[in-house]
Design a protein around this ligand. Structure first.
Ligand code: MG
Length: 166
């Protein structure tokens, strides 16, 4: 039987400034590095871009509207909880995530050794086969804030299928 056809597609991006002494967490995987994202939550750019991609695909409000940073409940939030909340809301739209494509934009650290762990972590969080999650890591060729090592960013694209399509 052929897999169900994609019904909707969404895109999300996120960027956080990096500061010394903050933990670097990407796709809920802790990466050893001297800097990490500044932010109200844990600053996990992978999960934040993913949330916006899922939300966009389903026509739901963006991450800032769902989880306003003016709300103290989201201070140092574990972004996995935000993803779970978004997936719960997604179910009510009659969709589920079928595939994810992620690009992490970072000058440093080198992420090649961590890509598989991030892929598995994101897949587990989404209840997907890891083969349905792709991760690319790119430098910014030394240009702009990412290239100067002042920021880290992620671009996510998500495909949704209808839950009743098998
Ligand atoms: Mg963010």
């Amino acid at each position: 039987m052929s897999p169900p056809a994609l019904h909707r597609i969404g895109i999300g991006t996120d960027l956080h400034a990096l500061a010394p002494g903050r933990p670097l967490v990407l796709g809920s995987v802790r990466i050893p590095f001297e800097k990490g994202p500044l932010g109200h939550s844990d600053g996990d750019v992978v999960l934040h871009a993913l949330i916006d991609a899922v939300s966009g695909a389903a026509g739901m409000p963006d991450i800032g509207e769902q989880f306003p940073d003016s709300d103290p409940r989201h201070r140092d939030a574990d972004s996995r909880d935000l993803v779970r909340h978004t997936l719960h809301a997604l179910r009510t739209t009659g969709h589920r995530v079928a595939c994810v494509d992620l690009i992490i934009h970072a000058e440093k650290p080198k992420l090649s050794a961590y890509k598989d762990a991030i892929r598995r972590s994101v897949a587990e969080l989404l209840g997907l086969d890891p083969a349905r999650v792709a991760i690319k890591a790119k430098t910014n060729e030394g240009l702009d804030a990412v290239g100067r090592g002042e920021a880290i960013a992620c671009t996510a694209v998500v495909g949704l299928v209808l839950t009743d399509s098998g």
